[in-house]
Write a protein that binds this ligand. Structure first.
Ligand code: SAJ
Length: 419
């Protein structure tokens, strides 16, 4: 079977490589020539556990090659971004363009699968009109489905194999064909439904998480006012068999959880009340965090204080800083007039104007350390090893990542968000 995967990013590339290593012939497509070149040289433009060796294997055995244009194939998988516009409406131009790009190559009997997360009805309203240009009878000569990815960056390969999948077809045959394909490597159950239900399910999953995180953030603010450690309180609440409160933090980043809820708001603005409120609550966390840092500096009478933001990635142990709460915390600190320096062990090339290359430089020049990303490298730090500017520097941990006792013993003034 020949597979054509359009979009070789965080989802498309691991998926393409999985299929290639499961014996399929895979033609990868990315519009970025540099990315295509790198991949064919077995080099990565993204960081993901286990991807390097799997890519090498797929290329070496001749099952995988990348190109800038599609080709005739039995199955097409589309995995391109579906971001939001500045006004929080969905930008489906990449989905439309990717669909249009395969139209000249699609032959009778082909299956087209969308993996990108999209607002409900996108397959119907955006993809099908493009695919009708093939003049094939949709559902009889051309099969279409939505099989949303559900993997978490950092554990993509584990989750690709073990997670259940929701597959929604434009008809039953499309869904069945999609299930048959993924079964070559998926060990989780593959549940079949229609395309619009699958679209809604995927967006609901990420919205559930966003609303739950907003709830945790609201609780964190309440707890701060009564001197309770919210992390401990949530831990206790979650011992209840029917309670699963998520964790607070400096904001919600990534291209999924902070984006997808807006798809529902756009779909039904007058009904998506809690969803919108939650989104705005989470978007308010970077400024809330920055103000907490500002207050701490004031409390210790530090004037013209400098903050070292530890972590630029949107979450722990990944190298991805797009839509990262950390960069928004930095913006907020700067808006408050504070001087900022930042460091991230996973972001190798300097990508942010405040970024410095070493932890020593960040810590050694700042009055307050602000941990925004729970990388293992930060958890493993020995406070005694760090040369600090202040004899008793302030440390604000927004992720409950550090051991308070160890840092307090090393003479740090230790604080947590939500405490
Ligand atoms: N975060 C919190 N508190 C939490 C959990 C997360 O503040 O309790 C923050 C993180 O720090 C990060 C953001 O939220 O900034 C998102 O991180 P995440 O780990 O929750 O999720 P993503 O964006 O990496 O991946 C999510 C996953 N969705 C769900 O768990 C429902 C993943 O399974 C999806 O495949 C992915 O979105 C996607 O592509 O849609």
């Amino acid at each position: 079977k020949k597979l054509c995967v359009v979009g070789l990013g965080y989802i498309g590339l691991p998926t393409a490589v999985m299929f290639a290593n499961s014996g399929l012939q895979v033609h990868g497509v990315d519009r970025n020539e540099h990315v295509v070149q790198l991949i064919n040289n077995k080099q990565l433009h993204i960081e993901e556990n286990g991807l390097q060796e799997r890519l090498e294997k797929a290329v070496d055995v001749g099952h995988f090659q990348a190109w800038t244009t599609p080709v005739e194939a039995d199955v097409y998988i589309i995995a391109v971004p579906s971001p939001i516009n500045p006004d929080n409406t969905a930008n489906l131009e990449f989905i439309r363009a990717a669909t249009a790009s395969i139209v000249p190559f699609v032959k009778k009997g082909a299956l087209v699968i969308l993996e990108s997360t999209v607002p409900p009805k996108t397959v119907e309203n955006i993809m099908l009109p493009e695919l009708r240009k093939t003049e094939l009878i949709i559902g009889e000569e051309l099969f279409v489905s939505h099989s949303p990815e559900r993997v978490i960056p950092g554990k993509i390969f584990e989750e690709l194999v073990n997670n259940d999948r929701i597959v929604g077809g434009i008809n039953a045959k499309s869904a069945e064909m999609t299930k048959d394909l993924y079964e070559v490597f998926v060990k989780g159950t593959i549940h079949l439904t229609d395309a619009t239900t699958a679209e809604l399910v995927k967006v609901m999953e990420n919205t559930y998480r966003d609303v739950n995180i907003a709830f945790a953030n609201e609780l964190a603010k309440i707890a701060e006012g009564i001197d309770v450690d919210i992390w401990e309180a949530i831990k206790f609440a979650n011992f209840h068999p029917r309670v699963n409160i998520h964790t607070p933090g400096p904001g919600v980043g990534g291209h999924c959880i902070a984006v997808d809820p807006w798809f529902l708001v756009e779909l039904a603005p007058e009904k998506a009340d809690i969803i919108k409120k939650a989104r705005l609550t989470n978007d308010g966390m970077p400024m809330y965090t920055a103000k907490r840092a500002e207050r701490l500096l004031q409390e210790y009478n530090i004037e013209n204080g400098k903050v070292a933001v530890l972590g630029l990635a949107f979450k722990g142990n990944v190298d991805d800083m797009r839509e990262s709460p950390s960069t928004k915390v930095i913006d907020s600190l700067q808006q408050l007039g504070l001087d900022v320096v930042s460091f991230d062990p996973h972001i190798k090339e300097l990508q942010h104007s405040t970024q410095v290359a070493t932890l020593e430089e960040a810590v050694g020049t700042a009055d307050l350390l602000l941990l925004t990303t729970d990388h293992d490298q930060f958890k493993d730090l020995n406070p005694a090893d760090l040369q600090t500017k202040q004899p008793r520097p302030i440390l604000l941990d927004t992720k409950n990542a550090l051991d308070a006792d160890a840092w307090e013993q090393a003479e740090y003034r230790f604080f947590k968000l939500g405490d």
